[in-house]
Design a protein around this ligand. Structure first.
Ligand code: GDP
Length: 197
């Protein structure tokens, strides 16, 4: 897929205030600092689209972008921010649950996982939760340039093995590096396929 246009539309707390669900939608989520903004910018070929920043926790809303006037890309507020209060966490949980379960045009959630680490409880919990809700998702292992290929493979395998404990079918996964522009074609190819269905 060639990206011709990408534009920011709106930020919302409530799924029913999001843009009219008249186009296919793909959401991105992950722990703070996992590389979500960088990945979104790489996919859209627009360095200014999502805000990359050293201060995690800034985004707390559902952010909609329109790509090629053809599909929505959604930047979701992530999890694992140490500085969030209990009530902020509850608000986040409710917002995300409502969005992923009720947004009718949502085709896929890309759950980002840092490829440098062995499986982390927070990521596994979120993945298992989406599985229980039967929300379609794929995994994206980020920052692959930061470790050796063998280390990345080991961490990916370990993560999938942990999922095998609970699930019969394993999700599709991608390995990405924004530093090497790796994984972009695979993700856009996946979106293309889904949009054609
Ligand atoms: P977010 O908080 O999940 O949106 O993460 P950001 O996209 O802001 O990235 C967090 C930090 O990781 C930034 O310093 C990025 O430059 C860096 N980063 C993100 N993706 C990659 C990657 O694929 N490779 C490398 N080497 N650094 C990355």
């Amino acid at each position: 897929m060639l990206i011709k246009t990408s534009e920011y539309l709106i930020s919302n707390e409530f799924y029913d205030k999001c843009p009219k669900p008249n186009l296919p939608e793909y959401a991105f989520i992950g722990r703070s600092n996992v590389g979500k903004s960088s990945l979104i910018n790489m996919i859209a070929n627009n360095e200014k689209l999502a805000k990359t920043s050293g201060t995690p926790g800034k985004t707390t809303l559902i952010n909609h972008f329109l790509i090629n006037k053809d599909w929505y890309l959604v930047d979701l507020p992530g999890y694992g921010y140490a500085k969030r209060s209990m009530s902020q966490r509850k608000t986040w949980e409710k917002m995300i649950e409502n969005y992923v379960r009720k947004r009718e045009n949502l085709i896929n959630v890309f759950i980002l996982v840092d490829s440098r680490h062995s499986p982390q409880a927070l990521d596994l919990e979120f993945v298992n939760q989406l599985g229980e809700w039967q929300v379609p998702f794929t995994l994206v292992f980020t920052k692959a340039d930061k470790s050796t290929q063998a280390e990345v493979s080991k961490n990916v395998k370990a993560f999938l093995n942990r999922l095998r404990e609970n699930w019969e079918f394993l999700p599709q996964h991608f390995v990405t590096s924004t530093a090497k522009r790796m994984g972009r074609d695979a993700i856009l190819g996946f979106i293309d396929e889904q949009n054609a269905m």
